[in-house]
Design a binder for this molecule. Structure first.
Ligand SMILES: *Cc1c(COP(=O)(O)O)cnc(C)c1O
Length: 377
């Protein structure tokens, strides 16, 4: 979102492109909004969405907790002052020595979705609280996370009993309904499945305490999405329906929903061309593409919104691509995009809602292009 702070920074400094500019006040606003929408849930910010130090610092200052995907993200959180007890090691795929290091640093909450992972945890993080990730439907998600993560409810129940028997604390279950989930109703089926696991385990003498509702809260890109309050209401209602008075502790792990709309990527047109004089569609090549951080354009999944200084001029159809010598570096060819007919090399193009999953997705230097510079205001 082009906040006054970002607009002012870009106008005053004309920074070299490509660059990402993030308004930390907007990060804070999104965090507070999520807290209001789900007041009973602890917020564990999914660090991978944007691990920049200023973002972690601001969130840490607000009392956010952190969902870390690796030992390196854990160390980044500790470096900005997060308490180890406020960090969840949420990746279900961890090396044994990384588990051991996290445990030594004081992290006490770990995710798993497989027997082998549980055995690693029992050996390298004895006594830790663990939660099992359920496989859930990711229908409606712009960036699904299904198939690769989670296990069936039946397996989760067996594994949580096994966790108890191997000296761990079976603490709860988690799921992720898919990133950029635009349907607030999608949490319900997952919550219902989780409630079944709670019941099953109670009958087997294990009392679970935590339901991790995952991330998935969407950002507005080209198309509008329901507001965060709609998600809060749908989730709260589903929790009451499926847990009644036996309400567990809950937590959410928002990544995109906190940082995406706080950032704007400024890029520059490198070339505008046609493949034939009769072609209506032009090719617009920007100085940022799939290898510069816009990896979520894979399969044209995330459809960014573009703005130029010529937006009042007549528009025409375009394909949009990155600057590298790789045929895969096309952002949009099937999705119908239109840009001003007057657009030419050297013009600036702003890509909105790029505060999440952009900078860290950049290659270190494919074709010699460095990742975008980053500014946090
Ligand atoms: C990526 C991820 C998140 C964050 O997802 P968003 O869609 O960005 O909110 C949360 N939890 C886990 C386990 C993840 O892998």
């Amino acid at each position: 979102m082009m906040t006054p702070k970002i607009a002012d920074f870009l106008a005053r400094n004309r920074p070299r492109t490509p660059c990402l500019v993030v308004d930390l006040d907007k990060v804070e606003e999104n965090y507070r909004h999520l807290r209001r929408a789900l007041p009973r849930a602890e917020v564990y910010y999914a660090v991978k969405a944007n691990p920049a130090v200023p973002v972690l610092k601001r969130l840490c200052g607000l009392g956010s907790r952190f969902d870390a995907a690796s030992i390196f993200e854990i160390e980044d959180c500790l470096a900005v002052g997060a308490a180890p007890s406020d960090i969840s090691f949420g990746n279900t795929i961890k090396k044994a020595d990384h588990i051991a290091r996290a445990h030594r640093l004081g992290v006490g909450l770990f995710a798993f979705d497989a027997a082998e992972e549980l055995d690693k945890l029992a050996e390298h993080a004895p006594g830790a609280r663990v939660y099992c990730r359920l496989l859930v439907d990711n229908e409606g998600a712009g960036w699904p996370l299904s198939r690769k993560f989670g296990c069936s409810a039946r397996m989760a129940a067996d594994l949580l009993v096994r966790a108890r028997d191997s000296g761990l604390v079976p603490h709860g279950v988690s799921f992720h309904v898919g990133s950029q989930q635009t349907d607030p109703g999608r949490w319900e089926a997952a919550i219902a499945r989780a409630a079944m696991v709670f019941t099953d385990l109670r009958e087997r003498g294990v009392e679970l305490g935590l339901l991790n509702l995952g991330g998935g809260f969407p950002a507005r890109y080209r198309d509008s999405v329901p507001g965060i309050d709609a998600f809060g209401e749908a989730i709260t209602e589903a929790m009451h329906r499926h847990f009644g008075n036996a309400m567990p502790e809950t937590l959410i792990e928002p990544g995109r929903g906190i940082v995406a709309e706080a950032g704007v990527l400024e890029s520059e047109v490198v070339l505008v061309s046609r493949k034939d004089p009769d072609d209506e569609a032009r090719w617009v090549y920007l100085d940022i593409g799939k290898f510069g951080g816009l990896a979520e354009t894979m399969d044209e999944s995330i459809r960014y919104d573009f703005a130029t200084d010529r937006d009042g001029d007549p528009m025409g159809p375009v394909h949009i691509a990155g600057p590298t010598c790789d045929g895969a570096d096309i952002l949009y060819e099937k999705t119908a995009y239109r840009l001003p007919l007057t657009l030419k090399a050297g013009d600036r193009v702003r890509i909105d809602s790029t505060g999440a999953y952009a900078t860290t997705y950049a290659s270190v230097g494919f074709n010699g292009f460095a990742p975008p510079s980053e500014y946090y205001l």
